[in-house]
Design a protein around this ligand. Structure first.
Ligand SMILES: [Zn+2]
Ligand SMILES: [Zn+2]
Length: 407
C-alpha cells in the first residue's frame, strides 16, 4: 500500500501545539493561547494542507520544467552545493517575504499569516495556498539559476519545518545562536504590531540578511502581536479575502490606471484605512462578542477534530482517492471551516451552512454506495420535521441567543 507519510506531520504539529499549551499553563504565562484564535488559526492551516495536496505536485513540476528548459548554469549535485543552495534559498525567501509586506498584491496573501493576535505554534500553521503560489514564482529562481529540483525540493521542505519552530513565546533568547540564526525572539518581532518593530526581521533561517539589508531589530519589550488594524471577525473567508477586496474597492475609487496600479503594487501605507470598516458594515462582518458555553465550544471542537481526522486520512490515502471524492471532501471541509468561523462570530447564517453540509454529506454517501435514497430521504425528513418544529428558529436562538443564559 502506497501511503503518504507527510500526513504524520498533522498529529506532530498538534502534539507540539499541545505541549506549548501545556507549558504556557504550567508557567502561568498569560495570553499565549486564546480559544477563538486557535480555532481560526487551525482552520486556515487545515485548508492550506488540503489544497496543498493537490497543488504541491504542480509546484514541483514547475521547478522541473524551469530547470529542464531554462537553467542558466550547470551547478551539479556536489555535497558543497547543498550549502550554497541553503544560503540561496534563504536569500530568495528574504526578498519574497519582504516584498510580501511591501507590495499590496502580495501582502493580501501574506496578511493572513499575521492576523493572529496570539503568537504560538497554532499561528505558525496559519498559512495559505495563495502564499504558496507567490512563493513558487520566487523559488523558481533557484532551478533557473541551475540548482537541480531534486535538491531544491528537500531544502524548501526544510525551510518550512524550521520556520514553524520560530513561532513561540515560550523560548527566550538563545545566546550566540541569535547572531546567526532566526530565533523565536527575532520572529516575535516580525509578528509585532508595535511601530518600532513593524516590517522587520524577514529572515527565515539566517538573520544576517536582515542585518545586511537594514531590516534587523532586536527584541526589547514583549511585542503586541497581529496586524496594525486587527480584524473584527473570525470569519474564515473574510480572513482570506478581505485585503483583496479592500484593494479592489480602493482601485475602483481611482479614475486613472496609473493610480490603480499604484494601489496594486504599492505598499499597505497607500491603502485608505476607512475602506475596511465600510466593507465590514456592508457585508455585516463583525463578531458578536458573546460568551460561549462549554457545550457550544464542544460543538465547535468536534467539528474541528473531525476536520483534522478527515484531513489526516485524505493526505495519507489521497493516491487511492478518485477525483469526485476529493472534490466532495474539499467542499465539505471548507464548509466546516466556514461554519466554525461563523460559530465563533455567533452568526445565525451558520444554519444554512450546516444544512448544505448535511445534504452534501448524504449526497457523498449516495455517491459512494451508488445510490440516491440517502440524500432524498434527508430532504424529505427535513421537510416533514420543519413543519412541526421550528428548526431554524431554535438553531439561531442557540447561536445568537447565548447571552440570555448569562444575563
Ligand atoms: Zn511576514
Ligand atoms: Zn511567522
Amino acid at each position: 500500500m502506497e501511503l503518504n507519510y507527510i500526513a504524520l506531520g498533522i498529529p506532530a504539529i498538534l502534539l507540539i501545539i499541545w505541549i506549548e499549551y501545556f507549558y504556557s499553563k504550567k508557567a502561568n504565562k498569560v495570553g499565549v493561547f486564546k480559544y477563538e484564535s486557535t480555532v481560526a488559526n487551525l482552520s486556515v492551516g487545515i485548508a492550506d494542507r488540503l489544497f496543498d495536496l493537490f497543488f504541491s505536485a504542480i509546484f514541483y513540476s514547475v521547478y522541473y520544467y524551469v530547470y529542464e528548459h531554462f537553467h542558466l548554469f550547470e551547478i551539479g549535485k556536489q555535497w558543497y552545493v547543498w550549502i550554497f543552495l541553503l544560503l540561496a534559498t534563504d536569500l530568495v525567501w528574504y526578498w519574497y517575504h519582504r516584498l510580501g509586506h511591501e507590495i499590496n498584491f502580495f501582502w493580501a496573501a501574506h496578511i493572513v499569516h499575521h492576523q493572529s493576535e496570539e503568537f504560538n505554534y497554532s499561528a505558525a500553521a496559519r498559512i495559505t495556498l495563495f502564499q504558496a503560489f507567490i512563493r513558487t514564482v520566487f523559488w523558481s529562481i533557484l532551478p533557473l539559476v541551475g540548482f537541480h529540483p531534486d535538491m531544491v525540493i528537500p531544502i524548501l521542505l526544510l525551510h518550512g519545518v524550521y520556520s514553524f519552530f520560530t513561532h513561540t513565546r515560550m523560548i527566550g533568547k538563545l545566546g550566540w545562536i541569535e547572531k546567526i540564526m532566526v530565533t523565536p525572539s527575532h520572529h516575535r518581532v516580525h509578528h509585532a504590531a508595535n511601530e518600532k518593530y513593524l516590517d522587520k526581521n524577514y529572515g527565515d533561517i539566517f538573520i544576517f540578511w536582515d542585518k545586511l539589508f537594514g531590516t534587523y531589530v532586536e527584541e526589547e519589550e514583549e511585542p503586541t502581536y497581529g496586524i496594525v488594524h486587527p480584524l473584527t471577525s473570525y470569519g474564515f473567508l473574510w480572513a482570506h479575502f478581505h485585503y483583496y477586496m479592500e484593494i479592489w474597492v480602493a482601485m475602483g475609487r481611482e479614475k486613472k490606471w496609473k493610480n490603480k496600479l499604484k494601489l496594486l503594487f504599492g505598499g499597505p501605507e497607500s491603502m485608505n484605512p476607512r475602506i475596511r470598516p465600510i466593507l465590514e458594515r456592508r457585508l455585516r462582518i463583525y463578531q458578536n462578542k458573546l460568551p460561549m458555553s462549554s457545550t457550544y465550544k464542544s460543538y465547535i471542537n468536534i467539528q474541528l477534530a473531525l476536520a483534522l481526522i478527515v484531513l489526516f486520512f485524505t493526505v495519507l490515502l489521497y493516491k487511492y482517492m478518485d477525483g469526485v471524492s476529493f472534490v466532495f471532501i474539499c467542499v465539505l471541509l471548507v464548509l466546516t471551516l466556514i461554519n466554525c468561523g461563523a460559530l465563533l462570530d455567533h452568526k445565525s447564517y451558520a444554519y444554512y451552512i450546516e444544512l448544505t453540509r448535511m445534504f452534501l454529506t448524504f449526497l457523498f454517501l449516495d455517491y459512494l454506495i451508488q445510490g440516491y435514497w440517502l440524500s432524498l430521504s434527508f430532504l424529505a425528513a427535513f421537510a416533514i420535521v420543519s413543519i412541526f418544529y421550528p428548526i431554524k428558529g431554535k438553531y439561531s436562538e442557540w447561536v445568537v441567543g447565548e447571552q440570555e443564559k448569562y444575563a
